[in-house]
Design a binder for this molecule. Structure first.
Ligand code: GDP
Ligand code: ZN
Length: 291
């Protein structure tokens, strides 16, 4: 018995990496009937049949699962936002952050196209996120500025790249080199158009880790309970232990540590307002569900 991780699925075969070797595996018949289908990213137990072939007979528990691309056990999301073209949008940023944190994925914010703006202005805008503890990178793929710093984030992790179309995801991947040569706009074109009939997903080896070959989070709809939303803001959640009421949603409750932090400037008003907008949305969803 051998342990490994599925890094590619194609035509009924699963390619499992184990101790720096790739094994072409099939899922065992019995296993496929009673359990989930293996996904790229799955940790598995498999048997080696020939030199580099085998059978997967057990999947280990997943820590998360994306629908598109179909991949699991994602460690982090490189969340790309352009400083300009399109303009930085903090409401959209907060929405992405909620989605990502709710899935137990570490967000890494990447501000692209800094050659188009005054860097101090954009850093000022991002200050609340820095205070909240997010990792933030500033870069220009065009001028190859800040690209090298990003190389260090991939080690031993599975990373999904995400962000609106046109923010510079493909350009960043190309600037990171590793002979990808993705056509500009190509990955955004393939996003969510149902073109991927073969459901072919692959993890690309990159600076000691793996990156999914298609961007994630094509849908930005939030589906969660209000309580889960409050947890998805990690800094609010940490403060919530100081709120008077357990399960405080930091809305109309008195003696709320989050509201206090907003009041004395430790949490930005804007970020809190976005939170209240999402909270309203989640409460309305819940009412619809339960009538
Ligand atoms: P994607 O849709 O997120 O993959 O974005 P692309 O990588 O296709 O880039 C969209 C547009 O932004 C293209 O016209 C790129 O040339 C441009 N772009 C990407 N990175 C930069 C950058 O660092 N600076 C500038 N000025 N333009 C960039
Ligand atoms: Zn509270």
């Amino acid at each position: 018995m051998q342990k490994g991780q599925i890094i590619k699925a194609l035509s009924g075969f699963y390619y499992v990496e184990s101790e720096n070797q790739i094994f072409q595996c099939r899922a065992r018949g019995k296993f496929r009937k009673n359990a989930q289908k293996p996904l790229v990213g799955d940790y598995c137990e498999f048997s080696i049949e020939n030199e580099n072939e085998g059978y997967i007979f057990q999947l280990l528990e997943r820590k998360n699962e994306l629908v598109r691309p179909p991949i699991c056990n994602v460690d982090q999301a490189l969340l790309v936002f352009s400083a300009k073209e399109p303009d930085m949008n903090t409401l959209l940023l907060d929405r992405f952050l909620v989605l990502i944190e709710h899935m137990n994925i570490e967000p890494i914010i990447c501000i692209s196209k800094i050659d188009l703006v005054d860097i101090d202005e954009i850093k000022h805008m991002m200050k609340p996120y820095e205070i909240a503890g997010y990792q933030i990178y500033y870069l220009s793929s065009k001028r190859k500025q800040g690209v090298e710093d990003i190389q260090n984030i991939f080690q031993n992790k599975i990373t999904v790249i995400t962000g609106q179309s046109g923010v510079g995801k493909s350009s960043l991947l190309n600037a990171l080199d590793i002979h990808l040569h993705i056509d500009t706009n190509e990955i955004s074109k393939s996003l969510g158009r149902g073109k991927h009939t073969t459901r072919h997903v692959e993890l690309i080896k990159m600076y000691g880790g793996y990156v999914a070959d298609t961007p994630g989070f094509s849908s930005l709809e939030l589906h969660m309970d209000p309580e889960e939303l409050a947890q998805a803001y990690h800094d609010f959640y940490e403060l919530s232990f100081s709120c008077k009421f357990r399960g405080c949603l930091h809305d109309s409750e008195p003696y709320c540590a989050v509201k206090e932090a907003v009041h004395n400037g430790k949490i930005s008003k804007e970020r809190y307002e976005h939170y209240l907008m999402f909270l309203k949305e989640m409460k309305e969803q819940k009412e619809k569900r339960y009538g």
